[in-house]
Design a protein. Structure first.
Length: 224
């Protein structure tokens, strides 16, 4: 019998959270032990699970990368889940240290379970859509990848399995996995992207996302 894996889920879609929690309980060894509509709410839960799924763009006025950093500082591993991918957010949350990224349009709940189980085993999974968007990173100050790392990223982004990539490049599957881990490490080491948070907020305003952004650890519930 598989050991149960306890996770947290942060999303302001309460109906969606409840549906996922029920699906996990019936179909997998994953159990959602804590749900929250914001990072601030989640961080008050005790005890809180180590793995957390996080909606990319919460409606509470927080920036995605700030949410990731707050959760990582508290000792959590973060899986980003989003409906519509946005390259700038994807890259920023990767550099903030998110462990995995997937879109609900491209991945089903079975795939999310695979990612959760991989993280629980100590692995660092990279989905095809995550690799695809990282491969599109054209910033002048982007992390510098080796030619082989760039090839691996493009092939995974095209939907190839790690075994297939290994055969095409003449390397072992474990070497492909190591390249993906190295790529993620380079992004995590890159620090704040887009010349820092101020530049990101300027971009957010241009995209009509200029809500009152605030610290994700600050509870803004007037009844709290």
């Amino acid at each position: 019998m598989e050991q149960l894996i306890s996770i947290g889920a942060i999303d302001d879609d309460r109906m969606g959270l409840e549906g996922k929690a029920l699906w996990f309980e019936v179909r997998s060894n994953v159990r959602v032990s804590v749900t929250a509509a914001s990072v601030a709410e989640f961080l008050t839960a005790r005890p809180s699970p180590g793995i957390v799924t996080l909606d990319l763009n919460l409606g509470d006025g927080t920036l995605p990368a700030d949410n990731v950093r707050a959760l990582i500082r508290a000792g959590h591993e973060v899986i980003i889940v989003t409906v519509v991918p946005e390259k700038k957010w994807i890259i920023e949350t990767t550099e903030a240290g998110a462990s995995a990224y997937l879109t609900s349009r491209a991945c089903n709940l079975d795939r999310l379970v695979d990612i959760i189980q991989a993280l629980d085993r100590g692995e660092l999974p990279t989905t095809a859509e995550h690799a695809f968007w990282l491969a599109q990173d054209d910033r002048p100050d982007r992390p510098r990848l080796t030619p082989t790392e760039s090839q691996v990223l493009r092939l995974i982004g095209d939907g190839s399995k790690q075994e297939t990539v290994g055969r095409r490049l003449g390397i072992a599957r474990s070497t492909v996995a190591s390249h993906l881990t190295n790529i993620r490490g380079k992004y995590s080491d890159a620090g704040l992207p887009y010349a820092g948070a101020a530049d990101y907020r300027d971009w957010a305003k241009q995209q009509e996302l200029d809500r009152d952004r605030h610290d994700p650890t600050r509870n803004t519930d007037p009844e709290a």
